[in-house]
Design a protein around this ligand. Sequence first.
Ligand code: 6PG
Length: 223
Amino acid sequence: MRVVEDVGASFAGLAAAALRSRDPARPFRLGCSGGSSGVDCFRRLAAEPGVPWTAIECYFADERCVGPDSPDSNAVAIAAALGRVADGLAGFHPMSCEEGPDAYGALLAAAGGFDLLQLGLGPDGHTASLFPGSDGRDAPPGTLVIANADPTGLNRFPRLSLTFEAIARAALVVVAVTGADKAEALSQIDAGEDLPGAHIRGGQVVWLVDHEAAGGAASRVGS
Ligand code: 6PG
């Protein structure tokens, strides 16, 4: 776990470094989450100089099943955070609740694992749209995307979400955690409790945590 002053700026730095060492023979597969942390990460990356936007394909970790122009849509929020650079992307692939989880799973299977996947952590310990009590661990092996909902209703809207298996296929996962409302979940994960965020795996997993979210959490959470 890296406790940092500015999670968005640190994300942009990590992403820029990953892009510098990308395979130039194919597009760089970037996975985006919604929420305030995702918006901040991609707003900051959009302001970074020298990012090879034409080499980047954007995909999503999850989506809320709302209208395609709704401000609650993760794709709408991330497109707005990227601003003008979104026009130059090699690809922009929102999840579609109408098309369903299998269509997006097939798209991801054909594309290959993410080069960089950004995730967030909810106050209840959810990540992507994998919620406590409904974290999709019962999905059949090989399933990359599921339809899901928060059984408590606290997190609104039906969702599509990556599975832990799809997350684990990412070369680099960056979990951006901001705000005091995450401190309890983070310290529970740190203490080994079975929250969805505790099951994030990847080639490399980096937790970027601000001081408010870090609270009492110490070091069991990986790098
Ligand atoms: C979503 C997300 C979700 C988010 C966390 C953190 O669509 O809500 O993808 O998993 O990343 O809830 O959200 P905040 O950064 O707003 O706290």
